[in-house]
Design a protein. Structure first.
Length: 241
C-alpha cells in the first residue's frame, strides 16, 4: 500500500500523457517541485477540474510513490480568475512560472520561493494591478533568493554607495562614476534606487511605490539583459564579481 500525503501548492505545468492523462508539475510545500500523474484528467468526465489548471493553487492528496506520484484528489484554494482573464497579468505569471521552474530543483522544498510565488499570483489577481511593477519585483526577488540577482547595493567594484548611474553587465551590478569603464550601461537617474526598492521593500507595501512606466520599462530591459548574460542557459550560475 502506498502512503498518502497531503500538501498544498501550485500547478506550474501540464503535459498530455497517453490518451487521456496529464503529467503535472506542481510546486508544493512538502514535496517542493514535483511531478504528479493525473489519471483520466483529459477525459470528458474527468475526475479533476479547475483545481489542476495551470497556475491554480490547490491542496493535493498524492500517493507517495518514488517517481511520478499519482494524484488521488485535489481541492481548489485559489483559481486567480482576474489574473487568468488579464492578458498582461497572465503573460507575467507564465513568464514568472517558467523562470521559477528553471531555477528550482526537482524535490527541493523551498518555502521562501513558494511564498514569493504565492504573493506574486495573489498580487496579479487584484483589480487594476500594476503588472509591470509586480513582475519586476518578483523577478528581482526570485533571482535574489537563488543568489543570482544583480548587485544593487552600492558600486559592485568599490562598494561605495551614492549616485550609481552606470551598470556593468560583466560585473553584474551598479558601478560608480569613479569605477565606470567603457561598455558599461548608462542608467537614468533614480532607476537604481527604484530597482532596489522593488527588491527590498515589504511586499504588501509595493503597491504604494510610484515608479513611472519609463522606469519600469527601463528596469525590465536592464534585468532582461542581465539575465541573458548571467542566468539563461540551462543552469543558473553564480555571478562572479
Ligand atoms: Zn566604484
Amino acid at each position: 500500500m502506498s502512503q498518502l500525503l497531503k500538501t498544498a501548492g501550485f500547478i506550474l505545468r501540464a503535459v498530455p500523457f497517453q490518451d487521456d492523462d496529464l503529467i503535472l508539475t506542481a510546486f508544493t510545500a512538502k514535496l517542493g517541485k514535483v511531478a504528479l500523474f493525473a489519471r483520466g484528467a483529459r477525459r470528458a468526465k474527468s475526475p479533476f477540474g479547475p483545481e489542476i489548471d495551470l497556475l491554480s493553487e490547490s491542496e493535493f492528496i498524492v500517493f507517495n510513490a518514488k517517481n511520478i506520484r499519482p494524484l488521488r484528489e485535489a481541492t481548489l484554494r485559489h483559481y486567480f480568475p482576474r489574473l487568468k482573464a488579464n492578458y498582461d497579468g497572465l503573460n507575467a505569471a507564465m513568464y514568472g512560472t517558467r523562470l521559477l521552474s528553471q531555477l528550482v530543483h526537482e524535490g527541493q522544498r523551498d518555502e521562501n520561493n513558494l511564498r514569493l510565488f504565492s504573493r506574486f499570483l495573489h498580487a496579479l489577481d487584484q483589480e487594476d494591478v500594476p503588472v509591470a511593477l509586480y513582475e519586476l519585483a518578483y523577478k528581482l526577488r526570485l533571482l535574489d533568493n537563488f543568489g543570482v540577482a544583480p548587485h544593487l547595493d552600492g558600486c559592485v567594484r568599490c562598494g561605495k554607495s551614492g549616485q550609481q548611474v552606470w551598470f556593468s553587465l560583466g560585473r553584474g551590478g551598479l558601478i560608480c562614476p569613479a569605477c565606470h569603464a567603457p561598455g558599461d550601461l548608462a542608467l537614468q537617474a533614480g532607476l537604481a534606487q527604484g530597482l532596489n526598492a522593488l527588491r527590498t521593500m515589504a511586499w504588501d507595501k509595493l503597491g504604494r511605490l510610484h515608479l513611472s512606466a519609463r522606469d519600469l520599462a527601463a528596469g525590465a530591459e536592464l534585468l532582461e539583459k542581465f539575465m541573458v548574460y548571467h542566468v539563461r542557459g540551462n543552469q543558473a550560475k553564480k555571478v562572479v564579481v
